[in-house]
Design a binder for this molecule. Structure first.
Ligand code: ADP
Length: 289
């Protein structure tokens, strides 16, 4: 089964500063690093590292070479990415001496996904293929609706939480992959069992994976509820924990593996991710599990 990830890609410019800049102030940065980011990009890399056949779609500007290189390096198929004049989506991130950060996200009008782009990409996929989405693209709801109309299996990670979430046709979703906060945003419930019950009532045909950080994850699937405990590790950086879980989950599902085994591998992989620094680089390959 092919997996299409219609998702964000960002160039993250991270500036080390003594303190984050105040109104009217000009400060010197102590250095700058450039990283590849965007939930979409991280999840594509996680799916590829986990052995899934993943195609990333979206739009890049002229400076998108670094993102194309990252996707290619990890084995993500980038043929459906559209290239346009101007800048790619990027972020300006200040990190102060205490590790506090301030972030500007510049999504960029030139990298908007149009209805025509969506039709063009989806034409390469058929019923039974999977699409994974996050809440980072402007016309996510249209992508979701059109993919479901083609009969694709829709996996949705409702992140980040914002008012756009209410505009998605969530009845199209086959797999919800979310953490407690995202579960609360969608259902209004805060306790994991209540979140699962509310989702089951509203979307009875959907499967749900509810991740709970260092505790583990619940999964409700085909009438049964499973709990997968997290593996105990010394966490040094939890960036990309959820993206790793998602990548291993979807890769396993696309190969038709039994859910229990898929959840265990996803938990094992994400425990490795949190035990080392970094985002995409810290996601393990199957031989490391
Ligand atoms: P998100 O990053 O989307 O909020 P979570 O924090 O819930 O996602 O983490 C996803 C999964 O990663 C968890 O279900 C768990 O398996 C694993 N994980 C997260 N934090 C830890 C940790 N401190 N130790 C071990 N595993 C962890």
């Amino acid at each position: 089964m092919k997996i299409l990830n219609y998702g964000s890609m960002n160039i993250d410019r991270v500036y080390a500063v003594q303190h984050t800049v105040r109104p009217g102030e000009t400060i010197l940065s102590r250095g700058m690093n450039i990283y590849c980011g965007g939930k979409g990009l991280n999840q594509s890399i996680a799916i590829a590292k986990a052995g899934g056949e993943v195609y990333h779609a979206g739009v890049l500007g002229e400076d998108g070479g670094i993102l194309m290189d990252a996707l290619t390096r990890y084995g993500v198929d980038s043929r459906h990415i559209k290239h346009v004049p101007g800048a790619s989506s990027h972020t300006v991130i200040q990190v102060d001496e205490e590790g506090q950060n301030c972030i500007i996200v510049c999504a960029g009008e030139n990298v908007r996904v149009t209805d025509q782009d969506i039709d063009h990409v989806l034409a390469h996929f058929s019923a039974g293929d999977m699409i994974v989405m996050q809440n980072e693209l402007d016309n996510g709801p249209t992508i979701m609706r059109k993919a479901a109309q083609r009969g694709m299996v829709v996996a949705f990670n409702p992140s980040p939480i914002n008012e756009a979430l209410a505009t998605y046709p969530l009845a199209c979703v086959s797999w919800f992959i979310l953490n407690e906060l995202e579960g609360e945003a969608i259902t209004g419930e805060s306790e994991p069992p209540a979140i699962l019950a509310a989702l089951a009532e509203e979307y009875p045909a959907a499967s749900v994976v509810l991740t709970l950080g260092a505790e583990g994850a619940y999964c409700s699937h085909q009438g049964q509820t499973l709990f997968q405990p997290a593996f105990k590790v010394k966490a040094v950086d939890t960036t990309a924990a959820g993206d790793t879980f998602t990548g291993y989950l979807l890769s396993g599902l696309s190969r038709g593996e039994p859910i229990q085994a898929v959840l265990e591998r996803a938990a094992k992989a994400s425990s490795i991710t949190v035990s080392r620094k970094g985002a995409a680089d810290s996601i393990p390959t199957p031989d490391e599990l």
